[in-house]
Design a protein around this ligand. Structure first.
Ligand code: GDP
Length: 463
């Protein structure tokens, strides 16, 4: 008990009180006295810096953070360009010219919206695979002169897997004979009913080229974000997520990040992933120096000692020493982890866990060579679900197993099943790094059989 520990400390010449934290050295000495060995795990410091829960009264409404996704050539870039060029902050001359990974625009009633302009769902999923979720709403762009395409479906799956609400945009309405009902129908076939058809998904017809409908779209974004009741506490040291980082020859490391809570000021000491440093300069999306920035604001900072990875969390520290200590601790952990890379679930592991009774949902990404077989396999697999174990096919599609599939699997802890398709080299490498299991088959019966066995908790390891 505490008294014994205090007496033991005193006998070692260390005066302590009940509420004091002991350092590792003292803990080792004391436990030794009691005949125990101590094993230090790396998480204690991380736990110390966990965010305290914000009190309700300190929360203020914050702008929504949006990611635009969709099939190639359906108009994502055109839409973002239009928004960026027309919705400049009042009094500002000119829009944002160069590429910037995140920016905020001001629209009706001075309300702002933050856009993440990273290359579509690749970045979205890569960030999520690292445990970072920054998007509040996903805009899914579909061109009405085309149809719901594989990448559209992929984007939808990514948003759904992340539990991010979607707004559908029907683009290219200026085209002759443009008809959006065909797209609404295709969405309905995917169980996605838009509001006009009595469903829950907002949608908007636009022409990104002419700009028609974009204002209405932004209104719907604001309306949805009001419903989502997005709030954070601006009056605390800043926390957020890294979006992009690079090395600039003249200025050193440049880190673009999104503030999710608190206010960041020049001079603050920041820890971001394994990097740290004093904020020398804060730039807004126009490259202008600002003194401070608040929630949902995308900013670029100078002053870190390296380039953190997209998706890394950052936090301001009053105690510079603690920040440095944490950074080096993380670096060490990262090195160890690279050796002992994180274990994702394999079918064998799932089988083992089912046998232990602590498994409820088996997530699968299914890729195949033709639509017919993908559907057939998907139906057969879903029928395997029982009262206690659910088979959840979080994404299915036709084609090679891509990097994006592997990232989705990593973010969602899913197993990838390929039927008559293989992973390309890039996805093989990522799968190896992320420890994602890819099983390929050419006989449907074998897939069903393996899954059935995994569900029975007795799958023998694949050689
Ligand atoms: P992304 O690949 O999704 O970023 O698509 P882009 O924005 O690059 O657009 C692909 C092509 O479609 C470009 O040639 C655009 O000019 C064209 N485009 C985009 N939006 C519209 C639109 O509303 N109407 C018409 N007619 N063309 C558009």
């Amino acid at each position: 008990n505490a008294t014994d520990v205090i007496i033991s400390c005193m006998s070692l010449g260390i005066m302590v009180t009940m509420n004091q934290r002991l350092d590792a050295e003292i803990i080792t000495l004391v436990t030794d006295e009691f005949g125990y060995n101590v094993e230090f795990v790396g998480l204690d410091l991380e736990e110390m810096i966990q965010d305290d829960k914000d009190l309700e009264e300190n929360l203020k409404t914050r702008p929504p953070i949006i990611t635009v996704m969709g099939h190639v050539d359906h108009g994502k870039t055109s839409l973002l360009d239009h928004i960026r060029n027309t919705n400049v902050i009042a009094g500002e001359a000119g829009g944002i010219t160069q590429h910037i990974a995140a920016y905020s625009v001001e629209c009706i009633n001075n309300q702002s919206i933050t856009f993440l302009d990273t290359p579509g769902h690749e970045a979205f999923t890569a960030m999520r695979a690292r445990g970072a979720q920054v998007t509040d709403i996903a805009i899914i762009v579909i061109a009405v002169d085309d149809q719901v395409m594989p990448q559209t479906k992929e984007a939808i799956s990514h948003a759904q897997a992340a539990n991010v609400p979607m707004i559908f945009v029907f683009n290219k309405m200026d085209k002759p004979n443009a008809k959006s009902d065909k797209i609404r129908e295709q969405l309905a076939n995917l169980n996605l009913l838009v509001e006009e058809w009595g469903g829950k998904y907002p949608s908007q017809e636009i022409s990104a080229k002419l700009g028609t409908g974009v204002d209405k779209l932004l209104e719907k974004v604001l309306l949805l974000s009001e419903l989502l009741d997005l709030k954070s506490n601006p009056n605390k040291p800043a926390v957020g997520t890294v979006i992009e980082a690079s090395l600039d020859k003249g200025r050193g490391y440049i880190t673009t990040m999104l503030l999710q809570g608190g206010t960041l000021k020049v001079g603050d000491y920041v820890l971001a992933g394994i990097n740290h440093g004093k904020v020398k300069n804060i730039l807004d999306e126009r490259g202008k120096s600002i003194h401070s920035a608040g929630p949902s604001k995308p900013i670029t900072i100078l002053g870190l000692n390296g380039a953190p990875t997209a998706g890394d969390k950052f936090k301001v520290f009053k105690d510079e020493k603690l920040a440095k200590q944490l950074a080096s601790r993380r670096e060490q952990l990262q090195r160890e982890q690279n050796i002992r890379s994180q274990k994702h679930l394999t079918l064998d592991e799932i089988g083992r866990r089912i046998a232990l009774g602590d498994f409820k949902e088996l997530k699968i990404i299914l890729k195949g060579d033709v639509d017919g077989s993908v559907e057939a396999i998907s139906d057969a697999l879903q029928k395997l679900s029982t009262n206690t174990i659910m088979i959840n096919i979080i994404y299915k599609g036709v084609g090679q197993i891509t990097e994006s599939d592997v990232l989705l699997a990593s973010a969602s802890d899913a197993v990838i099943i390929g039927f008559n398709v293989r992973p390309n080299n890039g996805s093989k490498n990522i799968a190896k790094k992320e420890d994602i299991e890819i099983r390929t088959y050419s006989i449907i019966y074998n897939i069903i059989n393996d899954l059935q066995e995994a569900m029975d908790g007795m799958l023998s390891p694949e050689i």
